[in-house]
Design a protein around this ligand. Structure first.
Ligand code: PPE
Length: 306
């Protein structure tokens, strides 16, 4: 259960947690056209709180809205400020931030264009796949569900309805005793996990599917690519990946705002590498946490202090 906080920002003002409700005819509830973000705020080493790559997440929220032909009745700056204010008013040192823009009620039917509504919710969210997952890695299953192709759903948008595919894959994986699902695209190439981008390591080189694949352009993915190239000097290739390349990888890890950097120790009953967190995964994970917590102030522009 999500632990309640005091206030939620809705359409420009704060409302009590229990009053942040919508009408049953909310268009997005029926047809899935809404867009959202997931962002983390960390307590940094000096006790101040900072939001990781807030500007990039809000840019993507507006990009997702544009992809869906939705207009958001606020500027990006206003939504950035709403996120920061929501953290301040609820006095949270660390939290997950969920901005969501949706079509309100009014007209029904697919052609209806109701005014866009927007809210920002914050709550405490610990390790997405568990603390142990970060240390030891998870077991994953290649899903029986396919990631929709590039012209089926718009993969660069973080759109409410897209998550039906992710939820089906995740539920199947859990029902089969795994922690996460890895989805292939319609051509059988590796796409991404249900809520994370995916990387593999082989012979010291890191590989990840390109943005031309039907994957979300993850902010964490982009951060890790930058860290690999610019800080760690580890070679990185963005290219299409076949399913069985996963089976013979030396290391695999997933990344996302919620999942952070999570090692994968097994895929479809094949042990990956030594069956534990690999050395490159560990270096990248350590560096990621040092950056989000401001311990290594290499990229101050990535942190927005609350
Ligand atoms: N792919 C998908 C499908 C996805 O949902 C996410 C984020 C990512 C990749 C990674 O993107 P980024 O967070 O920008 O690095 N998934 C969010 C969903 C969490 C949830 O269960 O809700 C997240 O990590 O916040």
């Amino acid at each position: 259960m999500v632990e309640k906080v005091q206030k939620i920002w809705m359409d420009g003002s704060f409302v009590d947690w229990d009053k942040a409700t919508v009408h049953i005819l909310t268009h997005t509830l029926h047809y899935g056209v809404g867009v959202f973000e997931g962002i983390r705020c960390y307590e940094t080493h000096d006790g101040r709180s900072a939001v990781f790559r807030l500007r990039e997440h809000i840019r993507r929220l507006f990009d997702s809205a544009k992809i869906c032909s939705m207009s958001i009745p606020f500027t990006q700056e206003e939504i950035i400020e709403a996120c920061l204010e929501t953290i301040r008013i609820n006095k949270l040192r660390e939290c997950y931030i969920r901005p969501i823009a949706f079509m309100g009620d009014g007209a029904m039917g697919l052609g209806a264009v109701n005014p866009t509504r927007i809210a920002v919710i914050v709550w405490k969210w610990g390790a997405y796949l568990g603390e142990e997952a970060l240390q030891k890695g998870i077991r994953a299953k290649v899903s029986s569900f396919t990631r929709p192709g590039l012209n089926m759903l718009m993969s660069k948008g973080k759109v409410v309805g897209h998550y039906v595919n992710s939820v089906l894959a995740k539920r199947e994986a859990i029902a089969c005793g795994y922690q996460e699902a890895i989805l292939l695209d319609a051509q059988g190439k590796v796409a991404e996990a249900s809520g994370e981008n995916i990387f593999l390591v082989r012979e010291g080189v890191v590989h990840t599917p390109p943005l031309g694949s039907p994957i979300l352009a993850g902010v964490t993915r982009d951060s890790l690519i930058t860290i690999l190239k610019e800080d760690l000097g580890i070679p990185l290739v963005e290219r299409e990946i076949a399913r069985d390349e996963l089976y013979v990888a030396d290391e695999i890890f997933l990344c996302g705002t919620a999942a952070e950097v999570t090692p994968v120790r097994e895929v479809d009953e094949r042990r990956i590498g030594e069956g534990s967190r690999g050395p490159i995964t560990k270096r990248l994970q350590d560096r990621y946490f040092e950056i989000v917590r401001g311990i290594r102030p290499l990229r101050p522009e990535w942190l927005t202090y609350v």
